[in-house]
Design a binder for this molecule. Sequence first.
Ligand code: PRP
Ligand code: URA
Length: 208
Amino acid sequence: MEPVILNHPLVDNKLAILRSKKTGTKEFRELVSEISMFLCYEALKDAKTREVEIETPICFSKANKINEDDYAFIPILRAGTGMLDGLIQVLPNAKIGHIGLYRNEETLKPVRYYYKVPKDIDKKQVVVLDPMLATGGSAIDAITMLKEEGAKDIKFLCIIAAPEGMKKLQEAHPDVKIFASALDEKLNEKGYIVPGLGDAGDRIFGTK
Ligand code: PRP
Ligand code: URA
């Protein structure tokens, strides 16, 4: 499945500020949330709607609504929670799960520490959130866990992807559609995305 890279001037404009090391915690958080709304807008373009009857001040009419309960947003802790605000603004009644993973800084392999997802995950449209797709290890592991639980319909949303992680994720989970706001050049020797934005979790939470 071909990934979708937003490549949109409005998003690029926000990314330029997000990437800058001069951007502080408050603005960084707001931008992550705003870019996530754009990603959600693109990723849910194929959302199913049902026709409902409404009454406008002018007349009775038909309108289209999404069954928000059908959606499960799954941020990968910690940085993925920074994207959640944006998605909840779009679909406030979606269900939310959490998968706790961190990268071992030496091996770069993901280490699991938390897993809690909505019931009936096998019947939900699952949207996994993580701002950074670097080696791909965290995304692959999180999606594997969700599939073990029965999830079938999965999308992955990230702010920045590295070509290495994109390729690995596509190979491991070819059925999962990836949406990224930017595809960067490469990973450096420490597994950081170049040019990237640094450590997303630290910048969202102000921990360094
Ligand atoms: C970051 C990021 C991803 C992961 C991506 O998390 O939020 O989860 O690295 O790297 P990968 O594609 O090589 O697996 P980190 O491990 O720094 O944890 P944090 O979110 O708790 O800061
Ligand atoms: N995780 C991050 O937060 N940033 C990177 O560049 C790579 C992994």
